[in-house]
Design a protein around this ligand. Structure first.
Ligand code: BES
Ligand code: ZN
Length: 899
C-alpha cells in the first residue's frame, strides 16, 4: 500500500486552489440515510472519523444542495464542540469554524442534514417507472462521478481522499436496499441516525421501517459510493469463484438477467487471472436503473446501468445489442481493479481510468466471444476518435485539470477510444505479456492508493526495458496524430489535419510523434495467404513476420530489403493514418486478399479521411469500393456507406439519383449473395453486415426491391407472422420509416410506448426519428422534452437532426426550445444531442446559422465537443463545395459502373 501523502509535500494537489486543504483527512464514514420516496426527500447523519495532521481552527469539506442541520466535532481529547458553519454553495464547500484550535490526532466530525431527491440524474436522485400492475413507482438512487457525492452527504469529495464507508439505509418495509458492501445486519427501526435526525416518521410514509446496515467497504474514493432503494427485485446470487453476483431490476424483468450474469461471471474470472489480484469487493450487484444518464457506473460492488446496457432477452436481441452489453459489463467490472482499487490522484487522470477500462473491455469481450472479432470492430470506434483528433479543435488526451467541472468534459471519444487505441498500440508494440506484467506490477504497487499516469509508464518500463514513457507521452500530451507517408522504401510522418488552417485561434494538433511501426510486405509473392480474395485471412496476420521500427523526426528507410508494397500499419493497430502513392494505392486495391480485416478497414478509413481532407478525390474511395469482392468485414462497408450517405446529402437533385444508383451498384451484389436469411455457419459478423447493407440500400440507395422486402417482413410480423429477425429489425424499421407509409408512424409510437424489451424500446425510438416528414419529426421532437425519459432525449434529438427531410426544421425547433432542452436533458448528454448537426452541410447558410447559435449558446457540459462538431461540419461543408465544383462528384461517380 502506498503511504498516505505527506500534507507538507502534498504532490500535485499543493497549490491547486480547487483542492481541499489536506490538514484534516477522512478515515471512516458512518453514514445513515433515510430516503422518503413519496416526498422525494432524504434525511441523513454522518459520523466521519478523521486524522488531524496539523493543528487547525477550521475544517473544510464539500457539500452541495444539502441543508445542514447540526454539526459537532469530537476532538482528540475533551468534549464535543459545536463549530460555526458556512456553506458556500458556489464553491460547494462547507467550512466548520472551530471555537478553539483542534489539536493533531484523531477526531470525529458528526453532521445531520437533509436534501431533495432531484430529477437531474446526479447525486442522490429519483427514478420512476410503471410497474406491471400499472402503478407509478419510485426509486432513490445515486450517481456520484465525478463530484456529486457531496450532493448526498458532506464529504471530502476528491478521489485521493480514500476512506472506508459504513452505510446504513432506513427504508420502508418491502423496499429493497443495496449499497457497495453486503448487508451486515437488518433490524426494525425508524430513526435516521443516532445523533439527532427526526424520529419514527423520518422515512415518510406511515408504514413500518427497516434499518439495513451494510458491512464496511474497502478504502476507496467517494465517487464510488452508491446506494439504491426501491420496490426492486433481485436474482438469486450466482457464485463466481466465491463472489456472489446478482442483478437488481424493476419487477417483472427477471427473465432479462441471465445474459448479463453470464458475462459478469466471465469478467470476474478473466480479470482475476489477467490482473493476478482477487476481486477487491465481497459481492457484486449489477443494478438496472430506469433513468440513468450514462451507460453504466463502476460503483464498487454495486454497478449501476441503464436498462438497455444490462437487461436483454438474447433470443430477441441482435448481435450488436448483445455485444454492447458484453462490452459495458466487462468495462465496469474491469474498473473494480483499474479505477476502484487503484485510482487516479486527480481528475486529469480520468482518461487513463476510462481508456484502460475500454482497453480491458475489448480484451475481455474478445476472449468471451472470439468469433465477434472485437478488436477488428474496434477499428470503427478508433476511426471515430481519429475523426475528432484530426480537427484543430482536438485536445491532448491528458491535460491539467483545475476545477473538477473541467473533467466532466473529458468523457469523450478522445478519452475512451483514442486513449484505448494508444494503449492497444503500446500493447502490440511491447508484446501482450510484457504489457500485462507491467499492469500487474502497477496494480500491485498501488492497491488501495492513487496514481498519476506516469506511474503506469514507469511500471511498463520496469518490466519491458523499452522507452515507454517517451513513446506514450508523445501520444497523450499533445493532440492530433500523424499521417504516415509511404513512398517507395521511405517512410515519413507529418501532422494530419482535415482543414489546412484552424478556423479560430491556434491548432491543438501536435508536430511530431514517436510512432511504433510494424511493416509487412504485400504483393511480394509467396505470401502466407496468397492473393485470392476468397481466402482473405479473417484474423490479422501475426506480427512475427513484420519489421518493427520506431519512427521519429527524420525519414525512415525500410532498407529496400523486401519486394512488394510495404504495409506501414501491419496488423492495423496504429492510432494514425497512412497515405500511399497513387500507384501503390492502386496496387493495394488489387491485393486486398492479402490484407487482414483490420488492415482492410484501415485502408478504407484512411482513404476516406484523405478524401475528407482534400488530399484525395472521392473517386479514390469509390474505386477501392468497386473492387470489393467477397468482403465480409462490416467495418469496410461502414466506411463506404458513410461516404455514400454524405454524398447523397450533398448531391443536388440532378446528381442524387446517380448517388443512389452507385449505392445500389456497390452494395447490391453483396446483399444478393448473402441473402436475407441467416445461413447456418455463416459466421457471427455476417448478420451485422447484412443489416448494414439493407439499411444503406433501402434508405440511401432507395433500392425498390430492398424496400419492398423490408415492408413485407415488417407487415408479416405485424400480422402475427414470424417476428423480424432481431439482427435485421433496426435496419428494417429504418427502411420502413423511410418509406413513410400511412399508419406505420402510429404503430411505431405504440411499440415504443409498450416495448417487450429495453432493446425494442430503443429500436422503435430511433426508428421514430427516421420518417421523412417534417410534421412527424416535429411531433417526435416534442417527446424529447415531454414524454420520453430525460436520459433518452438526446437520442431523439440526435436522430431527428440527422433526418434528411426534417433535419433543418428540427434545427429550428432546437433553437426555439434550447433552454427547455438544457433544463431537461442531463448535462452529460447535451453535447451528444447536437452531434449530428455535422450532417447539415448541404446548405451553407444553415451551417453558418448552426455555428453561430451553438457558439453563442454553450451546453452545460462538453462545449469542447460541440466546437469539434462544428469543425466537422466545416469539413463537410468544404467537401460539399469541392464536390460541387467542376463536376467533381459526377467524375467520382464514374468510378462505379452502374448496370
Ligand atoms: N465511469 C463511467 C461512467 C461516467 C461517465 C460517469 C461520465 C461520469 C461521467 C463508466 O465507467 C463508463 O465509462 N461508462 C460508459 C459505458 C462504457 C461501457 C463505455 C458510459 O457511460 O457511456
Ligand atoms: Zn468507464
Amino acid at each position: 500500500m502506498r503511504p498516505a501523502p505527506d500534507p507538507a509535500t502534498a504532490s500535485a494537489s499543493a497549490g491547486n486552489p480547487y483542492r481541499l486543504p489536506r490538514t484534516v483527512e477522512p478515515v471512516t464514514y458512518r453514514l445513515v440515510i433515510a430516503p422518503d420516496l413519496e416526498r422525494a426527500t432524504f434525511e441523513g447523519t454522518v459520523d466521519i472519523d478523521v486524522t488531524v495532521h496539523d493543528q487547525v481552527d477550521e475544517i473544510v469539506l464539500n457539500a452541495a444542495e444539502l441543508t445542514v442541520r447540526s454539526v459537532t466535532v469530537l476532538p482528540p481529547a475533551g468534549d464535543p464542540v459545536t463549530p460555526g458553519v458556512d456553506l458556500d454553495e458556489k464553491a460547494e464547500r462547507l467550512s466548520l469554524r472551530l471555537p478553539a484550535p483542534l489539536a493533531k490526532g484523531d477526531a470525529t466530525v458528526s453532521l445531520t442534514f437533509s436534501g431533495v431527491l432531484n430529477d437531474r440524474l446526479r447525486g442522490f436522485y429519483r427514478s420512476t417507472f410503471t410497474d406491471p400492475e400499472g402503478r407509478a413507482r419510485t426509486i432513490a438512487t445515486t450517481q456520484f462521478e465525478s463530484t456529486d457525492a457531496r450532493r448526498a452527504f458532506p464529504c471530502w469529495d476528491e478521489p485521493d481522499r480514500k476512506a472506508t464507508f459504513e452505510v446504513t439505509l432506513v427504508v420502508d418495509e418491502g423496499l429493497l436496499a443495496v449499497s457497495n458492501a453486503p448487508v451486515a445486519e437488518e433490524s426494525a427501526g425508524g430513526r435516521s441516525g443516532d445523533s439527532g435526525g427526526r424520529s419514527g416518521d423520518s422515512g415518510g410514509g406511515a408504514g413500518p421501517k427497516r434499518r439495513v446496515r451494510f458491512a464496511p467497504t474497502m478504502k476507496m474514493s467517494t465517487y464510488l459510493v452508491a446506494f439504491v432503494v426501491g420496490p426492486l427485485e433481485v436474482t438469486p446470487p450466482v457464485d463466481a469463484g466465491g463472489i456472489p453476483v446478482r442483478v437488481v431490476h424493476t419487477p417483472g424483468k427477471g427473465h432479462l438477467t441471465a445474459y448479463a450474469l453470464d458475462v459478469a461471471e466471465h469478467a470476474l474470472a478473466f480479470f482475476t487471472e489477467y490482473f493476478g489480484i482477487p476481486y477487491p469487493g465481497e459481492k457484486l450487484d449489477l443494478v438496472a436503473i430506469p433513468d440513468f444518464a450514462q451507460g453504466a457506473m463502476e460503483n464498487l460492488g454495486c454497478v449501476t446501468f441503464r436498462e438497455t446496457t444490462l437487461l436483454v432477452d438474447p433470443a430477441a436481441a441482435s448481435r450488436v445489442e448483445l455485444e454492447r452489453i458484453a462490452d459495458v459489463v466487462h468495462h465496469e467490472i474491469a474498473h473494480m481493479w483499474f479505477g476502484d482499487l487503484v485510482t487516479m490522484e486527480w481528475w486529469e487522470g480520468i482518461w487513463l481510468n476510462e481508456a484502460f477500462a475500454t482497453f480491458m473491455e475489448l480484451l475481455a469481450t474478445d476472449h468471451y466471444r472470439p468469433a465477434w472479432h472485437r478488436w477488428t470492430t474496434f477499428g470503427i470506434e478508433r476511426d471515430m476518435a481519429l475523426a475528432v483528433d484530426g480537427l484543430h479543435a482536438t485536445r491532448p488526451i491528458e491535460y491539467p485539470v483545475g476545477p473538477p467541472e473541467e473533467a466532466e468534459g473529458m468523457f469523450d471519444l478522445l478519452t475512451y477510444e483514442k486513449g484505448a487505441s494508444v494503449l492497444r498500440m503500446l500493447e502490440q508494440y511491447l508484446g501482450a505479456e510484457a504489457f500485462r506484467d507491467g499492469v500487474r506490477h502497477y496494480l500491485d504497487s498501488h492497491a488501495y492508493g492513487n496514481t498519476v499516469t506516469g506511474d503506469l509508464w514507469k511500471a511498463l518500463e520496469e518490466v519491458s526495458g523499452e522507452p515507454v514513457r517517451a513513446v506514450a507521452e508523445s501520444w497523450i500530451l499533445q493532440g492530433g496524430h500523424p499521417l504516415i507517408r509511404v513512398d517507395g522504401e521511405t517512410v515519413t510522418q507529418e501532422p494530419f489535419a482535415y482543414l489546412p488552417e484552424p478556423r479560430h485561434g491556434s491548432s491543438a494538433i501536435g508536430r511530431q510523434w514517436l510512432v511504433p511501426l510494424l511493416v509487412r510486405r504485400i504483393g511480394a509473392g509467396g505470401g502466407t495467404s496468397g492473393a485470392d480474395p476468397a481466402s482473405a485471412p479473417d484474423r490479422e496476420p501475426s506480427g512475427a513476420q513484420s519489421q518493427r521500427a520506431l519512427l521519429g523526426d527524420g525519414p525512415l528507410s525500410l532498407g529496400g530489403g523486401g519486394t512488394g508494397i510495404p504495409l506501414a500499419n501491419a496488423g492495423g493497430w496504429g492510432a494514425y493514418r497512412v497515405a500511399y502513392t497513387g500507384a501503390q494505392l492502386e496496387s493495394l486495391a488489387g491485393l486486398l486478399g492479402e490484407l487482414g480485416p483490420l488492415e482492410r478497414f484501415d485502408l478504407f478509413s484512411d482513404t476516406w479521411a484523405l478524401v475528407l481532407s482534400g488530399r484525395l478525390e472521392l473517386g479514390a474511395l469509390l474505386g477501392l469500393a468497386n473492387g470489393l469482392e467477397d468482403e465480409d468485414e462490416p467495418g469496410v462497408y461502414r466506411v463506404v456507406t458513410g461516404a455514400l450517405d454524405l454524398a447523397e446529402r450533398i448531391a443536388g437533385p440532378d446528381l442524387r439519383p446517380r448517388v443512389q444508383a452507385a449505392t445500389r451498384a456497390l452494395l447490391g451484389r453483396r446483399l444478393a449473395e448473402l441473402g436475407w436469411d441467416p445461413v447456418p455457419g455463416e459466421g457471427e459478423r455476417v448478420p451485422g453486415l447484412r443489416s448494414m447493407l439493407i439499411g444503406a440500400l433501402g434508405t440511401v440507395g432507395k433500392d425498390g426491391r430492398v424496400r419492398s422486402e423490408a415492408a413485407r417482413l415488417f407487415d408479416a410480423a405485424r400480422a402475427g407472422g414470424p417476428p423480424v429477425d432481431p439482427d435485421l429489425e433496426s435496419a428494417v424499421l429504418g427502411v420502413v420509416a423511410d418509406m413513410g407509409r400511412d399508419g406505420d408512424f402510429e404503430m411505431f409510437l405504440d411499440r415504443y410506448r409498450h416495448p417487450s424489451t429495453p432493446q425494442e424500446e430503443t429500436r422503435y425510438l430511433m426508428a421514430l426519428t427516421a420518417f421523412p416528414d417534417v410534421e412527424r419529426c416535429e411531433r417526435i421532437f416534442e417527446l424529447a422534452t415531454s414524454e420520453a425519459r430525460s436520459a433518452d432525449g438526446f437520442l431523439l434529438v440526435r436522430g431527428l437532426l440527422a433526418n434528411r427531410v426534417g433535419g433543418p426544421a428540427v434545427w429550428a425547433r432546437v433553437k426555439e426550445d434550447w433552454d427547455a432542452l438544457l433544463a431537461r436533458l442531463p448535462d452529460p448528454n447535451q453535447a451528444a444531442m447536437v452531434g449530428t448537426v455535422r450532417l447539415l452541410c448541404a446548405d451553407r447558410t444553415l451551417a453558418e446559422d448552426v455555428e453561430r447559435f451553438l457558439t453563442e449558446h454553450p451546453v452545460h457540459v462538453g462545449q469542447r465537443t460541440v466546437v469539434q462538431t462544428l469543425e466537422q461540419l466545416a469539413v463537410h461543408v468544404a467537401l460539399a463545395e469541392r464536390l460541387r465544383s467542376n463536376g467533381r462528384l459526377a467524375a467520382a461517380l464514374e468510378h462505379v459502373p452502374v448496370g
